[in-house]
Design a protein around this ligand. Structure first.
Ligand code: NDP
Ligand code: 2IT
Length: 448
Protein backbone atom coordinates (compact mmCIF):
# COMPACT_ATOMS: atom_id res chain seq x y z
CA UNK A 1 0.00 0.00 0.00
CA UNK A 2 1.16 3.57 -0.70
CA UNK A 3 3.07 4.90 2.33
CA UNK A 4 1.08 8.14 2.65
CA UNK A 5 -2.24 6.22 2.39
CA UNK A 6 -1.09 3.66 4.97
CA UNK A 7 -0.11 6.40 7.44
CA UNK A 8 -3.50 8.13 7.18
CA UNK A 9 -5.38 4.84 7.45
CA UNK A 10 -3.48 3.96 10.65
CA UNK A 11 -4.33 7.38 12.03
CA UNK A 12 -8.04 6.94 11.20
CA UNK A 13 -8.03 3.54 12.93
CA UNK A 14 -6.27 4.96 16.02
CA UNK A 15 -8.67 7.91 16.32
CA UNK A 16 -11.92 6.03 15.59
CA UNK A 17 -11.34 2.68 17.29
CA UNK A 18 -15.00 1.91 17.97
CA UNK A 19 -16.26 3.08 14.55
CA UNK A 20 -15.95 -0.23 12.70
CA UNK A 21 -18.19 0.59 9.72
CA UNK A 22 -16.41 3.89 9.16
CA UNK A 23 -12.98 2.23 9.28
CA UNK A 24 -14.20 -0.47 6.86
CA UNK A 25 -15.31 2.17 4.32
CA UNK A 26 -12.14 4.27 4.67
CA UNK A 27 -9.86 1.22 4.38
CA UNK A 28 -11.42 0.14 1.10
CA UNK A 29 -11.10 3.61 -0.43
CA UNK A 30 -7.50 4.18 0.68
CA UNK A 31 -6.45 0.71 -0.54
CA UNK A 32 -7.97 1.44 -3.96
CA UNK A 33 -6.25 4.82 -4.18
CA UNK A 34 -2.76 3.42 -3.64
CA UNK A 35 -1.66 3.60 -7.33
CA UNK A 36 -3.18 7.08 -7.68
CA UNK A 37 -1.25 8.37 -4.66
CA UNK A 38 1.93 6.70 -6.01
CA UNK A 39 1.63 8.65 -9.26
CA UNK A 40 0.57 12.08 -7.98
CA UNK A 41 2.33 13.73 -5.04
CA UNK A 42 0.02 16.78 -5.17
CA UNK A 43 -2.56 14.87 -3.14
CA UNK A 44 -0.14 14.40 -0.26
CA UNK A 45 1.20 17.96 -0.54
CA UNK A 46 -2.36 19.27 -0.14
CA UNK A 47 -3.19 16.81 2.68
CA UNK A 48 -6.16 15.64 0.61
CA UNK A 49 -6.66 12.25 2.30
CA UNK A 50 -6.36 13.73 5.82
CA UNK A 51 -8.99 16.30 4.88
CA UNK A 52 -11.29 13.75 3.21
CA UNK A 53 -11.49 11.40 6.19
CA UNK A 54 -12.67 14.07 8.63
CA UNK A 55 -16.20 15.47 8.17
CA UNK A 56 -16.26 19.22 7.56
CA UNK A 57 -19.00 19.46 10.21
CA UNK A 58 -21.00 17.08 12.44
CA UNK A 59 -24.21 18.24 14.07
CA UNK A 60 -25.61 16.14 16.93
CA UNK A 61 -28.83 17.20 18.60
CA UNK A 62 -31.59 16.17 20.94
CA UNK A 63 -34.98 15.27 19.44
CA UNK A 64 -37.61 15.48 22.18
CA UNK A 65 -41.21 14.62 21.26
CA UNK A 66 -44.50 13.73 22.91
CA UNK A 67 -46.58 10.83 21.56
CA UNK A 68 -50.34 10.57 21.06
CA UNK A 69 -50.79 9.19 24.57
CA UNK A 70 -48.91 12.13 26.12
CA UNK A 71 -45.71 10.19 26.86
CA UNK A 72 -42.45 12.10 26.39
CA UNK A 73 -39.57 10.60 24.35
CA UNK A 74 -36.11 11.71 23.42
CA UNK A 75 -34.02 10.53 20.47
CA UNK A 76 -30.65 11.50 19.06
CA UNK A 77 -30.47 13.44 15.78
CA UNK A 78 -27.42 13.71 13.50
CA UNK A 79 -26.25 15.36 10.31
CA UNK A 80 -22.74 14.56 9.11
CA UNK A 81 -21.71 17.18 6.51
CA UNK A 82 -18.71 15.39 5.09
CA UNK A 83 -17.43 17.24 2.05
CA UNK A 84 -18.68 20.20 0.00
CA UNK A 85 -15.93 20.48 -2.67
CA UNK A 86 -18.15 19.84 -5.69
CA UNK A 87 -21.59 21.00 -4.52
CA UNK A 88 -23.98 21.46 -1.59
CA UNK A 89 -23.94 18.63 0.96
CA UNK A 90 -26.28 15.87 -0.26
CA UNK A 91 -27.33 12.52 1.16
CA UNK A 92 -30.13 10.70 2.89
CA UNK A 93 -31.56 10.54 6.40
CA UNK A 94 -31.84 7.15 8.10
CA UNK A 95 -34.32 6.48 10.92
CA UNK A 96 -33.42 3.15 12.51
CA UNK A 97 -32.61 2.07 16.11
CA UNK A 98 -29.10 0.97 14.99
CA UNK A 99 -28.13 4.49 13.85
CA UNK A 100 -24.92 5.78 15.43
CA UNK A 101 -22.01 8.01 14.45
CA UNK A 102 -19.97 5.17 12.91
CA UNK A 103 -22.79 4.19 10.56
CA UNK A 104 -23.55 7.78 9.55
CA UNK A 105 -19.85 8.57 9.02
CA UNK A 106 -19.41 5.50 6.81
CA UNK A 107 -22.51 6.45 4.82
CA UNK A 108 -21.47 10.12 4.54
CA UNK A 109 -17.94 9.16 3.48
CA UNK A 110 -19.23 6.80 0.77
CA UNK A 111 -21.66 9.48 -0.36
CA UNK A 112 -18.79 11.86 -1.29
CA UNK A 113 -17.49 9.48 -3.97
CA UNK A 114 -20.92 8.23 -5.05
CA UNK A 115 -22.17 11.75 -5.66
CA UNK A 116 -18.99 12.60 -7.55
CA UNK A 117 -19.53 9.55 -9.81
CA UNK A 118 -22.99 10.80 -10.82
CA UNK A 119 -21.26 13.78 -12.55
CA UNK A 120 -23.80 16.10 -10.86
CA UNK A 121 -22.71 18.91 -8.50
CA UNK A 122 -23.34 17.39 -5.07
CA UNK A 123 -21.14 17.14 -1.97
CA UNK A 124 -21.42 14.24 0.50
CA UNK A 125 -23.49 14.01 3.70
CA UNK A 126 -25.69 11.69 5.71
CA UNK A 127 -27.91 12.05 8.74
CA UNK A 128 -30.66 10.48 10.73
CA UNK A 129 -31.78 9.30 14.11
CA UNK A 130 -31.99 6.23 16.32
CA UNK A 131 -35.79 6.70 16.20
CA UNK A 132 -37.60 3.44 15.32
CA UNK A 133 -40.70 4.12 13.20
CA UNK A 134 -41.87 0.47 13.43
CA UNK A 135 -45.29 0.21 15.07
CA UNK A 136 -45.50 4.00 15.54
CA UNK A 137 -48.67 5.75 14.31
CA UNK A 138 -48.54 8.23 11.40
CA UNK A 139 -49.27 11.11 13.78
CA UNK A 140 -46.43 10.13 16.10
CA UNK A 141 -44.07 9.85 13.12
CA UNK A 142 -45.22 13.37 12.20
CA UNK A 143 -44.51 14.65 15.72
CA UNK A 144 -41.05 13.11 15.64
CA UNK A 145 -40.27 14.54 12.18
CA UNK A 146 -41.41 18.00 13.26
CA UNK A 147 -39.13 17.93 16.29
CA UNK A 148 -36.22 16.62 14.18
CA UNK A 149 -36.63 19.47 11.68
CA UNK A 150 -37.08 22.03 14.47
CA UNK A 151 -33.31 21.76 14.94
CA UNK A 152 -32.14 20.58 11.50
CA UNK A 153 -33.68 23.50 9.57
CA UNK A 154 -30.89 25.88 10.63
CA UNK A 155 -28.20 23.63 9.12
CA UNK A 156 -29.79 22.81 5.73
CA UNK A 157 -31.06 24.66 2.65
CA UNK A 158 -31.24 24.27 -1.15
CA UNK A 159 -27.73 25.71 -1.70
CA UNK A 160 -26.21 24.38 1.53
CA UNK A 161 -27.39 20.85 2.37
CA UNK A 162 -30.23 18.86 0.79
CA UNK A 163 -31.24 15.70 2.73
CA UNK A 164 -33.39 12.87 1.30
CA UNK A 165 -34.64 9.41 2.30
CA UNK A 166 -32.83 6.25 3.33
CA UNK A 167 -33.84 3.33 5.59
CA UNK A 168 -36.99 4.29 7.51
CA UNK A 169 -37.38 7.60 5.67
CA UNK A 170 -39.72 7.54 2.67
CA UNK A 171 -42.24 9.92 1.15
CA UNK A 172 -44.32 10.08 4.37
CA UNK A 173 -41.35 11.29 6.46
CA UNK A 174 -40.06 13.62 3.71
CA UNK A 175 -43.54 15.24 3.65
CA UNK A 176 -43.62 15.89 7.40
CA UNK A 177 -40.02 17.15 7.40
CA UNK A 178 -40.70 19.48 4.48
CA UNK A 179 -43.90 20.83 6.04
CA UNK A 180 -42.05 21.78 9.21
CA UNK A 181 -39.11 23.36 7.32
CA UNK A 182 -41.51 25.46 5.21
CA UNK A 183 -43.38 26.61 8.30
CA UNK A 184 -40.20 27.74 10.08
CA UNK A 185 -38.27 29.24 7.15
CA UNK A 186 -41.32 30.56 5.28
CA UNK A 187 -39.98 29.35 1.93
CA UNK A 188 -41.23 26.65 -0.42
CA UNK A 189 -37.83 25.61 -1.76
CA UNK A 190 -35.89 22.50 -2.74
CA UNK A 191 -34.47 21.69 0.69
CA UNK A 192 -35.28 17.97 0.49
CA UNK A 193 -35.53 15.45 -2.35
CA UNK A 194 -37.87 12.50 -2.58
CA UNK A 195 -40.85 14.86 -2.32
CA UNK A 196 -44.21 13.77 -3.68
CA UNK A 197 -44.90 14.76 -7.28
CA UNK A 198 -47.61 17.34 -6.70
CA UNK A 199 -45.41 19.58 -4.51
CA UNK A 200 -41.97 19.53 -6.09
CA UNK A 201 -40.91 15.89 -6.44
CA UNK A 202 -39.46 14.28 -9.54
CA UNK A 203 -40.95 11.44 -11.53
CA UNK A 204 -38.81 8.27 -11.24
CA UNK A 205 -37.18 9.32 -7.92
CA UNK A 206 -39.05 6.57 -5.99
CA UNK A 207 -37.92 3.97 -8.56
CA UNK A 208 -34.45 5.41 -9.18
CA UNK A 209 -32.21 3.42 -6.82
CA UNK A 210 -33.64 0.01 -7.71
CA UNK A 211 -33.98 0.79 -11.44
CA UNK A 212 -30.51 2.37 -11.47
CA UNK A 213 -28.94 -0.71 -9.89
CA UNK A 214 -30.51 -2.97 -12.51
CA UNK A 215 -29.38 -0.59 -15.29
CA UNK A 216 -25.87 -0.78 -13.81
CA UNK A 217 -26.00 -4.58 -13.65
CA UNK A 218 -27.14 -4.62 -17.29
CA UNK A 219 -23.98 -2.68 -18.23
CA UNK A 220 -21.75 -5.02 -16.22
CA UNK A 221 -23.33 -8.10 -17.83
CA UNK A 222 -22.79 -6.63 -21.31
CA UNK A 223 -19.03 -6.90 -20.76
CA UNK A 224 -19.50 -10.71 -20.87
CA UNK A 225 -22.21 -10.64 -23.55
CA UNK A 226 -24.80 -11.57 -20.94
CA UNK A 227 -28.27 -10.13 -20.24
CA UNK A 228 -30.79 -10.22 -17.40
CA UNK A 229 -33.33 -12.13 -19.47
CA UNK A 230 -33.91 -15.67 -18.23
CA UNK A 231 -31.69 -15.24 -15.14
CA UNK A 232 -32.68 -16.15 -11.57
CA UNK A 233 -32.03 -13.35 -9.07
CA UNK A 234 -31.76 -13.19 -5.29
CA UNK A 235 -32.79 -9.81 -3.83
CA UNK A 236 -32.67 -8.90 -0.13
CA UNK A 237 -34.78 -6.33 1.71
CA UNK A 238 -38.38 -5.52 0.81
CA UNK A 239 -38.33 -1.73 1.08
CA UNK A 240 -37.98 1.00 -1.52
CA UNK A 241 -34.81 -0.24 -3.20
CA UNK A 242 -35.75 -3.94 -3.22
CA UNK A 243 -39.24 -3.30 -4.60
CA UNK A 244 -38.12 -1.36 -7.67
CA UNK A 245 -35.25 -3.78 -8.23
CA UNK A 246 -37.80 -6.58 -8.56
CA UNK A 247 -39.96 -4.42 -10.83
CA UNK A 248 -37.13 -3.72 -13.30
CA UNK A 249 -35.79 -7.28 -13.30
CA UNK A 250 -39.28 -8.54 -14.13
CA UNK A 251 -39.52 -6.01 -16.95
CA UNK A 252 -36.19 -7.22 -18.38
CA UNK A 253 -37.25 -10.88 -18.29
CA UNK A 254 -35.44 -12.07 -15.15
CA UNK A 255 -37.00 -13.96 -12.22
CA UNK A 256 -36.57 -12.81 -8.60
CA UNK A 257 -36.99 -15.64 -6.10
CA UNK A 258 -36.18 -14.04 -2.71
CA UNK A 259 -36.96 -11.02 -0.53
CA UNK A 260 -36.34 -10.34 3.17
CA UNK A 261 -36.79 -7.97 6.07
CA UNK A 262 -35.11 -7.59 9.43
CA UNK A 263 -36.96 -10.67 10.77
CA UNK A 264 -36.53 -13.23 7.99
CA UNK A 265 -36.54 -14.12 4.30
CA UNK A 266 -38.90 -15.68 1.77
CA UNK A 267 -38.09 -18.01 -1.13
CA UNK A 268 -40.57 -18.27 -3.99
CA UNK A 269 -39.30 -20.68 -6.65
CA UNK A 270 -42.06 -19.55 -9.05
CA UNK A 271 -40.74 -15.98 -9.00
CA UNK A 272 -42.10 -12.73 -7.55
CA UNK A 273 -44.07 -11.46 -10.55
CA UNK A 274 -45.63 -8.00 -10.81
CA UNK A 275 -48.86 -9.11 -9.18
CA UNK A 276 -47.02 -10.54 -6.16
CA UNK A 277 -44.89 -7.39 -6.08
CA UNK A 278 -48.07 -5.29 -5.84
CA UNK A 279 -48.94 -7.31 -2.74
CA UNK A 280 -45.46 -6.69 -1.25
CA UNK A 281 -45.76 -2.94 -1.92
CA UNK A 282 -49.14 -2.73 -0.22
CA UNK A 283 -47.87 -4.89 2.66
CA UNK A 284 -44.69 -2.85 3.23
CA UNK A 285 -45.66 0.68 2.18
CA UNK A 286 -49.29 0.90 3.34
CA UNK A 287 -49.84 -1.71 6.05
CA UNK A 288 -46.17 -1.58 7.14
CA UNK A 289 -46.32 -5.32 7.81
CA UNK A 290 -43.77 -8.15 7.87
CA UNK A 291 -42.52 -10.12 4.84
CA UNK A 292 -43.59 -13.40 6.48
CA UNK A 293 -47.18 -12.49 5.49
CA UNK A 294 -46.12 -13.18 1.88
CA UNK A 295 -46.31 -16.95 2.43
CA UNK A 296 -49.81 -16.68 3.95
CA UNK A 297 -50.98 -15.22 0.62
CA UNK A 298 -48.73 -17.20 -1.75
CA UNK A 299 -48.67 -20.63 -0.16
CA UNK A 300 -46.12 -22.27 -2.47
CA UNK A 301 -43.47 -19.85 -1.13
CA UNK A 302 -41.49 -20.59 2.05
CA UNK A 303 -40.60 -18.28 4.96
CA UNK A 304 -37.33 -18.66 6.87
CA UNK A 305 -37.29 -16.74 10.18
CA UNK A 306 -34.00 -14.97 11.03
CA UNK A 307 -32.58 -16.03 7.65
CA UNK A 308 -30.95 -14.01 4.89
CA UNK A 309 -31.81 -14.79 1.25
CA UNK A 310 -28.37 -15.92 0.08
CA UNK A 311 -28.53 -19.63 0.90
CA UNK A 312 -32.18 -20.33 0.08
CA UNK A 313 -32.21 -20.93 -3.68
CA UNK A 314 -30.39 -23.92 -5.26
CA UNK A 315 -29.62 -21.85 -8.39
CA UNK A 316 -28.90 -18.10 -8.38
CA UNK A 317 -27.37 -16.23 -11.33
CA UNK A 318 -27.65 -12.67 -10.02
CA UNK A 319 -27.55 -11.21 -6.49
CA UNK A 320 -28.74 -7.70 -5.61
CA UNK A 321 -28.40 -7.04 -1.86
CA UNK A 322 -30.82 -4.19 -1.10
CA UNK A 323 -31.33 -4.09 2.70
CA UNK A 324 -28.39 -2.91 4.82
CA UNK A 325 -24.62 -2.86 5.47
CA UNK A 326 -22.69 -6.11 5.97
CA UNK A 327 -25.72 -8.29 5.23
CA UNK A 328 -23.75 -10.58 2.90
CA UNK A 329 -20.69 -12.26 4.43
CA UNK A 330 -18.04 -14.72 3.27
CA UNK A 331 -20.22 -17.80 3.90
CA UNK A 332 -23.07 -16.21 1.95
CA UNK A 333 -20.67 -15.32 -0.88
CA UNK A 334 -19.39 -18.92 -1.02
CA UNK A 335 -22.98 -20.22 -1.17
CA UNK A 336 -23.90 -17.79 -3.96
CA UNK A 337 -20.79 -18.70 -5.95
CA UNK A 338 -21.61 -22.40 -5.56
CA UNK A 339 -25.19 -21.70 -6.71
CA UNK A 340 -23.87 -20.35 -10.03
CA UNK A 341 -23.90 -16.61 -9.33
CA UNK A 342 -22.18 -14.64 -12.12
CA UNK A 343 -22.88 -11.07 -11.02
CA UNK A 344 -23.52 -9.14 -7.78
CA UNK A 345 -24.64 -5.52 -7.84
CA UNK A 346 -25.18 -3.66 -4.57
CA UNK A 347 -28.42 -1.71 -4.08
CA UNK A 348 -27.79 -1.22 -0.35
CA UNK A 349 -24.77 0.70 0.96
CA UNK A 350 -21.77 -1.58 1.67
CA UNK A 351 -23.90 -4.76 2.01
CA UNK A 352 -21.01 -7.14 1.24
CA UNK A 353 -18.32 -7.66 3.87
CA UNK A 354 -14.68 -7.37 2.70
CA UNK A 355 -14.41 -11.19 2.86
CA UNK A 356 -17.45 -11.56 0.59
CA UNK A 357 -16.04 -9.06 -1.94
CA UNK A 358 -12.74 -10.94 -1.98
CA UNK A 359 -14.60 -14.25 -2.54
CA UNK A 360 -16.54 -12.81 -5.49
CA UNK A 361 -13.55 -11.24 -7.19
CA UNK A 362 -11.31 -14.27 -6.74
CA UNK A 363 -14.04 -16.49 -8.23
CA UNK A 364 -14.47 -14.25 -11.27
CA UNK A 365 -17.97 -13.17 -10.16
CA UNK A 366 -18.66 -9.70 -11.62
CA UNK A 367 -19.04 -7.27 -8.72
CA UNK A 368 -20.67 -3.80 -8.83
CA UNK A 369 -19.92 -1.92 -5.58
CA UNK A 370 -22.62 0.18 -3.94
CA UNK A 371 -21.15 3.62 -4.50
CA UNK A 372 -21.44 3.04 -8.25
CA UNK A 373 -24.36 0.62 -8.45
CA UNK A 374 -26.86 2.47 -6.23
CA UNK A 375 -25.90 5.99 -7.34
CA UNK A 376 -29.07 6.23 -9.44
CA UNK A 377 -31.05 7.27 -6.36
CA UNK A 378 -28.98 10.30 -5.50
CA UNK A 379 -28.45 11.08 -9.19
CA UNK A 380 -32.20 11.40 -9.61
CA UNK A 381 -32.26 13.52 -6.45
CA UNK A 382 -29.80 15.77 -8.30
CA UNK A 383 -32.27 15.88 -11.21
CA UNK A 384 -35.04 16.78 -8.73
CA UNK A 385 -32.87 19.67 -7.46
CA UNK A 386 -32.38 20.93 -11.04
CA UNK A 387 -36.12 20.79 -11.73
CA UNK A 388 -36.84 22.65 -8.45
CA UNK A 389 -34.34 25.38 -9.34
CA UNK A 390 -35.86 25.78 -12.81
CA UNK A 391 -39.41 25.41 -11.43
CA UNK A 392 -40.30 22.86 -14.10
CA UNK A 393 -41.06 19.11 -14.18
CA UNK A 394 -39.54 16.75 -16.70
CA UNK A 395 -41.54 13.84 -18.11
CA UNK A 396 -41.08 10.29 -16.92
CA UNK A 397 -39.22 9.39 -20.15
CA UNK A 398 -36.90 12.39 -19.79
CA UNK A 399 -35.89 11.50 -16.22
CA UNK A 400 -35.63 7.76 -16.94
CA UNK A 401 -33.46 8.40 -20.02
CA UNK A 402 -31.16 10.65 -18.01
CA UNK A 403 -30.94 7.99 -15.28
CA UNK A 404 -30.01 5.31 -17.83
CA UNK A 405 -27.36 7.58 -19.35
CA UNK A 406 -25.93 8.41 -15.93
CA UNK A 407 -25.67 4.73 -14.95
CA UNK A 408 -23.97 3.90 -18.28
CA UNK A 409 -21.54 6.80 -17.77
CA UNK A 410 -20.72 5.66 -14.22
CA UNK A 411 -20.05 2.17 -15.56
CA UNK A 412 -17.77 3.63 -18.23
CA UNK A 413 -15.84 5.72 -15.65
CA UNK A 414 -15.29 2.65 -13.43
CA UNK A 415 -14.01 0.56 -16.35
CA UNK A 416 -11.78 3.34 -17.69
CA UNK A 417 -10.13 4.27 -14.38
CA UNK A 418 -9.63 0.63 -13.32
CA UNK A 419 -7.91 -0.10 -16.65
CA UNK A 420 -5.79 3.07 -16.47
CA UNK A 421 -4.34 1.90 -13.15
CA UNK A 422 -3.71 -1.69 -14.25
CA UNK A 423 -6.77 -3.29 -12.62
CA UNK A 424 -9.07 -4.10 -15.56
CA UNK A 425 -12.59 -5.13 -14.57
CA UNK A 426 -12.09 -4.10 -10.94
CA UNK A 427 -15.19 -1.97 -10.33
CA UNK A 428 -14.28 -1.34 -6.67
CA UNK A 429 -11.00 0.34 -7.62
CA UNK A 430 -12.54 2.04 -10.66
CA UNK A 431 -15.39 3.58 -8.65
CA UNK A 432 -13.13 4.76 -5.83
CA UNK A 433 -10.56 6.28 -8.18
CA UNK A 434 -13.07 8.00 -10.49
CA UNK A 435 -15.07 9.37 -7.54
CA UNK A 436 -11.95 10.52 -5.69
CA UNK A 437 -10.17 12.35 -8.50
CA UNK A 438 -12.92 14.88 -9.19
CA UNK A 439 -13.35 15.74 -5.50
CA UNK A 440 -9.60 15.87 -4.77
CA UNK A 441 -8.89 18.10 -7.78
CA UNK A 442 -11.72 20.45 -6.73
CA UNK A 443 -10.25 20.63 -3.21
CA UNK A 444 -6.84 21.56 -4.65
CA UNK A 445 -8.41 24.23 -6.90
CA UNK A 446 -10.22 25.77 -3.94
CA UNK A 447 -7.17 26.03 -1.65
CA UNK A 448 -6.84 25.02 1.96
P1 NDP B 1 -36.40 0.94 3.41
O1 NDP B 1 -36.54 1.45 4.77
O2 NDP B 1 -37.43 1.25 2.39
O3 NDP B 1 -36.19 -0.63 3.40
C1 NDP B 1 -35.17 -1.21 4.13
C2 NDP B 1 -35.30 -2.72 4.02
O4 NDP B 1 -34.14 -3.32 4.60
C3 NDP B 1 -36.49 -3.25 4.79
O5 NDP B 1 -36.96 -4.41 4.15
C4 NDP B 1 -35.88 -3.56 6.15
O6 NDP B 1 -36.60 -4.53 6.88
C5 NDP B 1 -34.53 -4.10 5.74
N1 NDP B 1 -33.56 -3.89 6.82
C6 NDP B 1 -33.25 -2.72 7.43
N2 NDP B 1 -32.34 -2.91 8.39
C7 NDP B 1 -32.07 -4.23 8.37
C8 NDP B 1 -31.22 -5.04 9.12
N3 NDP B 1 -30.45 -4.52 10.10
N4 NDP B 1 -31.17 -6.37 8.82
C9 NDP B 1 -31.96 -6.89 7.83
N5 NDP B 1 -32.80 -6.16 7.09
C10 NDP B 1 -32.85 -4.86 7.35
O7 NDP B 1 -34.96 1.48 2.91
P2 NDP B 1 -34.37 1.56 1.45
O8 NDP B 1 -34.94 0.49 0.58
O9 NDP B 1 -34.48 2.97 1.00
O10 NDP B 1 -32.82 1.29 1.72
C11 NDP B 1 -32.24 0.00 1.58
C12 NDP B 1 -30.73 0.14 1.39
O11 NDP B 1 -30.48 0.90 0.19
C13 NDP B 1 -29.99 0.88 2.50
O12 NDP B 1 -28.70 0.31 2.63
C14 NDP B 1 -29.85 2.30 1.96
O13 NDP B 1 -28.75 2.98 2.54
C15 NDP B 1 -29.61 1.99 0.49
N6 NDP B 1 -29.89 3.08 -0.44
C16 NDP B 1 -31.11 3.68 -0.50
C17 NDP B 1 -31.35 4.69 -1.41
C18 NDP B 1 -32.70 5.31 -1.57
O14 NDP B 1 -32.86 6.12 -2.49
N7 NDP B 1 -33.69 4.97 -0.76
C19 NDP B 1 -30.30 5.17 -2.31
C20 NDP B 1 -29.06 4.42 -2.21
C21 NDP B 1 -28.88 3.43 -1.30
P3 NDP B 1 -37.74 -4.06 7.93
O15 NDP B 1 -38.95 -3.80 7.10
O16 NDP B 1 -37.87 -5.21 8.86
O17 NDP B 1 -37.21 -2.83 8.61
O1 2IT C 1 -27.53 6.35 0.02
C1 2IT C 1 -28.06 7.15 -0.79
O2 2IT C 1 -27.48 7.49 -1.83
C2 2IT C 1 -29.39 7.66 -0.48
N1 2IT C 1 -29.97 7.29 0.53
C3 2IT C 1 -30.03 8.69 -1.37
C4 2IT C 1 -29.49 10.07 -1.07
C5 2IT C 1 -30.17 11.20 -1.80
O3 2IT C 1 -29.80 12.33 -1.48
O4 2IT C 1 -31.03 10.98 -2.66
Amino acid sequence: MNEYGRRILEDVIAKNRDQLEFIQAVREVIESLSPVLDRNSLYEQNAIIERLVVPERIIIFQVPWVDQAGKAHVNKGYRVQFNSAIGPYKGGLRFHPSVNLSILKFLGFEQIFKNSLTTLPMGGAKGGSNFDPKGVSDMDVMRFCQSFMRELYRHVGPDCDVPAGDIGVGSREIGYLFGQYKRIVNAHEGVLTGKNMNWGGSLIRPQATGFGNVYFMREILKTRNETIEGKIAAVSGSGNVAQYTVKKINELGGKVVTLSDSQGAIYDADGIDDEKLEFVMELKNVRRGRIKEYVEKFTSAKYYPDAKPWMLAPVVHLALPSATQNELDLEDAKALTAAGCICVSEGANMPSTPGAVECFTSNNVLFGPSKAANAGGVATSGLEMSQNSMRISWTLEEVDNRLQQIMARIHHSCITEAAAYGMPGNYVAGANIAGFKKVADAMIDQGI
